[in-house]
Design a protein around this ligand. Structure first.
Ligand SMILES: [Zn+2]
Ligand SMILES: [Zn+2]
Length: 306
C-alpha cells in the first residue's frame, strides 16, 4: 500500500472486493510505477492506495489465467462513442497488481494465450500502448521511422516498427540499450538525424524538443512519453508551420490493442524475455523501484508468492 510519496508498506489488508478475484502470478513494473511511488499519480486515487497495473494471475473462480487490464472504459461518453476508448471521460482504473490478490471487473480481464508466461503476458499492457502509438504514427511499410529513447517502451516501439517493415533508427545514449535495439532489428545511434516519423519515448520536455528537431519536412511526431505533471514544453514555431509537421500525442490503449499485444507476445514476435529483469517479491519492491537504472532497459517482475 502506498501511504504517500515514497511511503510504501507491505501490509495485510482486507480481502479485495470486486466481480472477479485474481491470484497474482506476475506484475511487471514501468516508469509509471516509479512516478506513483515517488511523486504520486492522478490515477492512484486517495492514499492509502494500491498500485501496479501490469498484472497477470489466475481467476479464483475458474482457475483460468488472465491479464488484468488496468482500465475499463465506460463505452458511452463522447470519446468512447467516437471509438477512442483510451480517452474515456469516465475510465475505471484497475490498480493493485503488487499484491497477492486483486479484484477486477470482468470487463477488465483478457484470457492469456496458452504457453505464454505470466511475466510475458503482463507486458501486454505496455505493449498495447506501443501498438496504439504506432497506429497514431501512421507508419507504413518502408517508412523512415525513428524512436527517441531506448527504455522498454522505446524498444517495444522499435520492435513493432521493424515488424511492420519500416526502416527503424533508435537513439539512446546508453550503449547497452542500443545493443538491445539492434537485437530487435533496429539501427541504433546516439543522436537522431532527420526522419519522416519520430516517436518520442522519454517523457521530458527536452526530449519532446529533440524529437521535433529530428523531424523531416512534412513529418509526423508522436509524443509517447508523458512529461512530469505540470510541464510546459516550448516548441519552435517555424518548423511546425513551414515544414507542416504533424504533432500528436499517444496515450494508453483500447481492448483490441491489448488483445493484439497478447497475440504478438504469444507468437514470439516481441521477445519479452529480452525486456524482463530481476524477479522480486513484494518486500523487495520498494528498493528495486528506486534503484538507479543500470545500462540495459529491463522491467522488474514482481511475484508476490516469493
Ligand atoms: Zn506501465
Ligand atoms: Zn467512456
Amino acid at each position: 500500500m502506498l501511504h504517500g510519496p515514497g511511503d510504501l508498506r507491505v501490509e495485510e489488508v482486507a480481502e479485495p472486493a470486486g466481480e472477479v478475484v485474481v491470484h497474482v502470478e506476475a506484475a511487471t513494473t514501468c516508469a509509471t510505477d516509479v512516478k506513483c511511488l515517488c511523486h504520486g499519480h492522478l490515477i492512484l486515487g486517495p492514499y492509502p492506495a494500491r498500485f501496479g497495473h501490469e498484472t497477470v494471475g489466475r481467476r479464483e473462480d475458474s482457475g483460468e489465467r488472465v491479464l488484468v487490464g488496468d482500465s475499463v472504459a465506460c463505452g458511452t461518453c463522447p470519446p468512447c462513442a467516437a471509438g477512442r476508448a483510451q480517452l474515456c471521460e469516465r475510465m475505471t482504473w484497475v490498480l493493485g497488481g503488487f499484491a497477492e490478490r486483486i479484484a477486477a471487473p470482468a470487463a477488465a480481464l483478457h484470457s492469456v494465450p496458452d504457453g505464454l508466461d505470466p511475466a510475458g503476458a503482463a507486458m501486454a499492457e505496455p505493449l498495447a500502448a506501443a501498438v496504439h502509438a504506432i497506429a497514431r504514427s501512421g507508419a507504413e511499410p518502408g517508412a523512415g521511422t525513428a524512436v527517441l529513447g531506448g527504455g522498454t517502451m522505446g524498444l517495444m516501439l522499435a520492435r513493432l516498427l521493424v515488424l511492420r517493415g519500416c526502416d527503424v533508427t533508435l537513439a539512446d545514449r546508453h550503449p547497452e540499450r542500443r545493443a538491445q535495439a539492434e537485437a530487435f532489428g533496429a539501427a541504433a545511434v546516439e543522436q537522431l538525424g532527420s526522419h519522416d516519423i519520430v516517436l518520442e519515448a522519454v517523457g521530458r520536455p527536452e526530449a519532446w524538443q529533440a524529437a521535433l528537431a529530428a523531424a523531416a519536412p512534412g513529418a509526423t511526431v508522436v509524443f509517447v512519453g508523458g512529461c512530469p505533471a505540470g510541464s510546459d514544453v516550448t516548441l519552435p514555431a517555424a518548423p511546425l508551420h513551414y515544414a507542416e509537421l504533424d504533432v500528436r500525442g499517444a496515450f494508453h490503449h483500447d481492448r483490441a490493442e491489448v488483445e493484439e499485444a497478447l497475440a504478438l507476445l504469444a507468437a514470439g514476435d516481441v521477445d519479452w524475455r529480452a525486456l524482463a529483469g530481476e524477479t522480486v517479491g513484494l518486500d523487495a519492491l520498494h528498493g528495486a523501484l528506486v534503484r538507479p537504472a543500470s545500462g540495459e532497459a529491463r522491467k522488474l517482475v514482481v511475484d508476490p508468492r516469493l
